[in-house]
Design a protein around this ligand. Sequence first.
Ligand code: AMP
Ligand code: FE
Ligand code: FE
Ligand code: ZN
Length: 278
Amino acid sequence: MKYADLHVHTFYSDSTFSPEEVVACAKEKGLSAIAICDHDSVSGVDPCMEIGSALGVEIIPGIELTVEKVDAEIHLLGYFMDYKVEWFGKKLKEIQLGRINRIHKMVEKLNAANVRIDADDVFKLAGKGSVGRLHLAQALLKAGSIRTIREAFDKYIGFLKPCYVPNIRFTPHEAIDTILKVGGVPVLAHPNIMGKDEYLPELVECGLRGIEVYHTDHRSAAIKHYEELAKEYDLLLTGGSDCHGLGKGKILLGGVMVPYTLVEKLREESDRIKRDYR
Ligand code: AMP
Ligand code: FE
Ligand code: FE
Ligand code: ZN
């Protein structure tokens, strides 16, 4: 049997892993394919593909976009997009600039709350990748302002916590439409973390094609629940580890995998979208 991990980050967003480390790790775990799904970036795709073709690991172009509702943070994955389309690159650039502004705002809020942190330290950690809250949490840890990454989110920068600042607002329709227009398959990431099933019908209405039923943070009750919802809404069932290198304390890659046949289904769905949607 061949297997795939369909949710992997690189240091082009908030993983500590380089493309070399990601692909070598996938190879070591015996995976046939991995999808590179960085936050608001596709910069890791080509470097991973180059190494993947040398090591015999298939790289699926992917992305993870964030959509916010007043009471929910929704993460959407896209698979098999034509990721080199120019307007798509421009759109991602805009979101990245929003991310930079947002870090400055969160740092201001933290400082106003007497939490010591310097924005430059956050940007240094992010390097050339999409800067985000995991970098901010890591910088807070380094500065000694918190004891664990979790504490940073629970006390300060978790969704709707006192020092949380949203990025540019994006509607579900805009995000899903963006993925569809570049021929990608839109999939709802880790629905159990979002915890708001009531948004599923709207997402499906916008063109959602799959749901990430299998995920590092999904226990068996959640898996069963989302398997049923996937059936009800006629969605593809996807899965991935959401590996952030050592960014989440331990290496998760390959901890969640799906049969390779699902990769073929996603590719077929993307072919249909490329044919019908545009
Ligand atoms: P951002 O894209 O800047 O909004 O940050 C999202 C990143 O923060 C993702 O990698 C999430 O997995 C991570 N994240 C969000 N909430 C938590 C949490 N409570 N604990 C650890 N990581 C979190
Ligand atoms: Fe992340
Ligand atoms: Fe996510
Ligand atoms: Zn992710």
